[in-house]
Design a protein around this ligand. Structure first.
Ligand SMILES: *[C@@H]1O[C@H](CO)[C@@H](O)[C@H](O)[C@H]1NC(C)=O
Ligand SMILES: *[C@@H]1O[C@H](CO)[C@@H](O)[C@H](O)[C@H]1NC(C)=O
Ligand SMILES: *[C@@H]1O[C@H](CO)[C@@H](O)[C@H](O)[C@H]1NC(C)=O
Ligand SMILES: *[C@@H]1O[C@H](CO)[C@@H](O)[C@H](O)[C@H]1NC(C)=O
Ligand SMILES: *[C@@H]1O[C@H](CO)[C@@H](O)[C@H](O)[C@H]1NC(C)=O
Ligand SMILES: *[C@@H]1O[C@H](CO)[C@@H](O)[C@H](O)[C@H]1NC(C)=O
Ligand SMILES: *[C@@H]1O[C@H](CO)[C@@H](O)[C@H](O)[C@H]1NC(C)=O
Ligand SMILES: *[C@@H]1O[C@H](CO)[C@@H](O)[C@H](O)[C@H]1NC(C)=O
Ligand SMILES: *[C@@H]1O[C@H](CO)[C@@H](O)[C@H](O)[C@H]1NC(C)=O
Length: 676
């Protein structure tokens, strides 16, 4: 019996081997004019529609959809067989149908990868290829051509609609806006990725020349003679001997349907051309769909009426539980809107156990979105007034488009009666103040602290100067800095303090911020500026360096105000004595001194004497040396001695690498040389 089974097994193995062999003959070349009946390996939400259309993603948010040719191909640099070489040629027809006009995310990546699952990879701007820790690693061995519809500054994306060459990282080696060379006109023409129209892409790599060409064109036009991107690259450095080819696509806050209509691939010479007449058609455009649906709606009303009568009671209760406020003007923010039901489920009904913290603005809950299993933080703010809600939601929507590696990403919002819910990326390591001021968390070493400072400074610069609008944070402090899994500092709650401005009680002008971080002029005038943010950041720098809060009333009077205490130590020539005792003296003295002195400069009571955000970044990055400052100026810097004497420090105003400014103050005592 056993021998029969055994020989049967051998027979089966043999047939399987034969099958593999036959397939491997074809594997060097394949063509799919539509995908009906094909055995592509699909994962995520990818599916093949009945008409043969490959839908990588639909408009569900934060999803990944992939499709790979199910067998590995040989990219064998040492083989003499041409079909095993690194050369390949492929072309495919794709379409990206945005969820709403001019907002689609995130795009499609033609992918060559060592496996079909890409474990650990995430959606949104990562295209289902990497995550924040794997992005950029040589060990990824992933090559991709991205068709990207969202500009992510963290990857230095050039614009919101581009093609890029990615090797192991989403920071493209080279990229170009979506254009093609129109032969007839003899000029480059723009292609609109958001049009929802099918387009073609050709990717050709020649091993001998080590040249990669990427060429884009609208459907039905011939391949343009000039590629969009032509780049010399040695793929032998990156690819393994055996690789899978396919597509990875993702949606984020912005979503769209990503489709592949046909795909041709060859490892021996040029890929065959697709037969356009055989390609599946796209579903009808979204806006005309509502009309078509009308026919179905009319008869089904009777059915619904019947159902409502049956389940009436339960339905009303459910509706109340998940009731939201949605107004007409909110339609345009559709993509940023979460349903209350989803948030309720994500946080297990806002269970106390899921609460991460609570503060002036309300409570924060940890949640897992039911649709994507993504971890989020949901902030629940009570907000009774309708006043200013429209502007505020508009601001939330625009803040949702902020992208910076040191900002906690705002994912969207939801609104109910008396309540506003904001949804953010979840930060596993919580807020920085817990690490600085309590013994419940491990100590942070100086390198970590300095890196956090630099990161937060660059996020503040992005908010103040590098985005399309100036965004004021208004409440920079240790408890508003969250730490991601890699201990990068991320600024949270940007712009949120403004909620009070639009707030519940319009009669009182409330100063927004936190005691100890509020610049004197803000307390006087109530007007927040980038200078008041710099003041807050200065206080934060001192907090990090000294490991204590800006105001500690229980301490000796001369130590109560952190900035004043540091200033006195500096004047006494012992500024490093202000450093956090928990660091046990292990820090880079120059950096510590820089942070303490820059912290003092930023907390100067005279707004005009504070450095700009850009200068703060430049000092921290070491591109500028801190200017010298006459010691008598120090006397004007205490909050208590606010009388202004005329000794404003002239700070460099341009970007040029600075060494000159030191000379202009050489007769005065240097802020750098007086330390200790
Ligand atoms: C897709 O394939 C199935 C069977 O494999 C067939 O019944 C169907 O007609 C095909 N559809 C198209 C559009 O070719
Ligand atoms: C997208 O596809 C997934 C998986 O098939 C499905 O669960 C989800 O409902 C779809 N979303 C939309 C908006 O059609
Ligand atoms: C690559 O080619 C070399 C030389 O022909 C051969 O020894 C090696 O086994 C090949 N590797 C693979 C994975 O086919
Ligand atoms: C990132 O991806 C890698 C695999 O590339 C995985 O090992 C790691 O756990 C992932 N990290 C996170 C934070 O998901
Ligand atoms: C991208 O840049 C191109 C050329 O500079 C421009 O025509 C196109 O409108 C830009 N697209 C977006 C979405 O910014
Ligand atoms: C890439 O484009 C250049 C310039 O048009 C052309 O000379 C070269 O032959 C192309 N290479 C491949 C592999 O298509
Ligand atoms: C057309 O685009 C190509 C590739 O992006 C570029 O090299 C070339 O300079 C452009 N030509 C014109 C006339 O703009
Ligand atoms: C920080 O977060 C990572 C990832 O969740 C976790 O493994 C680590 O234990 C956390 N560290 C601390 C000190 O909480
Ligand atoms: C600082 O200098 C580095 C190189 O030393 C440069 O890459 C960076 O852009 C500079 N930063 C600023 C803000 O000028």
């Amino acid at each position: 019996m056993a021998t029969v089974l055994k020989s049967l097994h051998i027979l089966i193995t043999f047939f399987m081997f034969l099958k593999q062999f036959a397939l491997s003959q074809e594997e060097n070349q394949f063509i799919f004019n539509g995908f009906n009946g094909t055995n592509l390996h699909l994962n995520g939400i990818a599916k093949i529609q009945p008409n043969g259309l490959l839908e990588l993603t639909n408009t569900s948010k934060r999803q990944i959809g992939r499709a790979f040719f199910p067998f590995p191909l040989k990219f064998n640099k040492s083989s003499s067989d041409r079909s095993d070489s690194l050369s390949f040629s492929t072309n495919f027809v794709f379409a990206m149908v945005p969820e709403t006009i001019h907002s689609s995310g995130h795009g499609i990546a033609f992918t060559i990868s060592p496996n079909m699952e890409l474990p650990g990879a995430v959606a949104s701007q990562y295209f289902g290829l990497f995550n924040s820790s794997s992005n950029g690693l040589f060990s990824n061995h992933v090559f991709a051509i991205e068709l990207d519809t969202v500009q992510s500054p963290e990857f230095a994306d050039i614009n919101g609609s581009h093609v890029g060459v990615d090797v192991n990282s989403l920071t493209s080696l080279e990229s170009a806006p979506a254009t093609y060379f129109a032969e007839d006109e003899g000029e480059n023409k723009s292609l609109d990725f958001f049009s929802g129209n099918p387009m073609q892409l050709w990717i050709d790599y020649e091993e001998v020349e080590k040249l990669l060409n990427v060429t884009l064109a609208p459907i039905r036009s011939n391949k343009p003679s000039r590629p969009l991107l032509s780049r010399s690259i040695d793929l032998s450095t990156y690819l393994l001997d055996s690789m899978y080819v396919g597509f990875s696509s993702s949606t984020g806050e912005l979503a769209g349907n990503h489709y592949i209509l046909g795909w041709s691939f060859s490892k021996t010479g040029k890929a065959q051309s697709l037969d356009y007449s055989k390609l599946p058609s796209l579903p009808p455009p979204r806006n005309s769909k509502s009309k078509a649906d009308l026919r179905i709606i009319v008869p089904s009303i009777t059915v619904i009426a019947l159902l409502v009568t049956i389940s009436g009671g339960a339905y009303v209760i459910r509706r109340k539980k998940y009731e939201e406020i949605r107004e007409d003007w909110e339609k345009e923010y559709g993509p940023q809107r979460f349903s209350y039901k989803d948030l309720y489920k994500a946080t297990k009904g806002f269970k106390e156990k899921e609460m991460l913290g609570s503060g002036g603005f309300g409570s924060v809950y940890k949640g897992v979105l039911p649709s994507s299993n993504e971890q989020v933080a949901v902030k629940r703010i009570s907000h009774d007034s309708k006043q200013g809600m429209k502007e505020f939601v508009a601001e939330i929507a625009s803040m949702g488009r902020l992208r910076h590696r040191n900002l906690v990403q705002l994912l969207g919002y939801c609104r109910r009666k008396g309540e506003l819910l904001l949804v953010y990326d979840y930060m596993p390591n919580g807020s920085l103040d817990k690490f600085l001021f309590s013994n419940s968390k491990p100590n942070l070493n100086w390198a970590q602290r300095f890196r956090i400072l630099k990161g937060v400074a660059s996020a503040l610069l992005y908010l103040h100067e590098e985005w399309e609008q100036v965004v004021l944070h208004r409440d920079v402090k240790a408890s508003n800095i969250l730490l991601d899994a890699n201990f990068n500092g991320r600024l949270a709650d940007f712009g949120l303090a403004k909620l009070y401005d639009h707030g519940t009680n319009p009669q009182t002008t409330r100063v927004v911020g936190t005691l100890g971080y509020i610049a004197p002029e803000l307390a006087r005038t109530g007007k927040a500026t980038t200078c008041t943010d710099v003041f807050g950041f200065g206080t934060f720098m001192l907090e990090i360096a000294c490991g204590r809060k800006p105001l500690e009333p229980q301490l000796e009077p001369e130590e109560t105000i952190l900035a004043d205490w540091v200033l006195e130590l500096w004047k006494a020539g012992a500024i490093l004595d202000a450093s956090d005792a928990r660091l046990e003296g292990s820090f880079v003295a120059e950096e510590m001194e820089l942070v303490l002195k820059l912290g003092l400069l930023c907390t100067n009571p005279i707004a005009a004497n504070r450095p700009t955000t850009r200068q703060v970044v430049q000092y921290l990055d070491g591109n500028f040396t801190l200017p010298e400052m006459p010691l008598e100026c120090a006397n004007t810097m205490t909050i208590e001695h606010r009388a202004y004497t005329d000794c404003a420090v002239s700070l460099p105003t341009s970007y040029e690498e600075n060494s000159g400014s030191a000379n202009s103050f050489s007769s005065s005592i240097s802020i750098l040389s007086t330390g200790r």
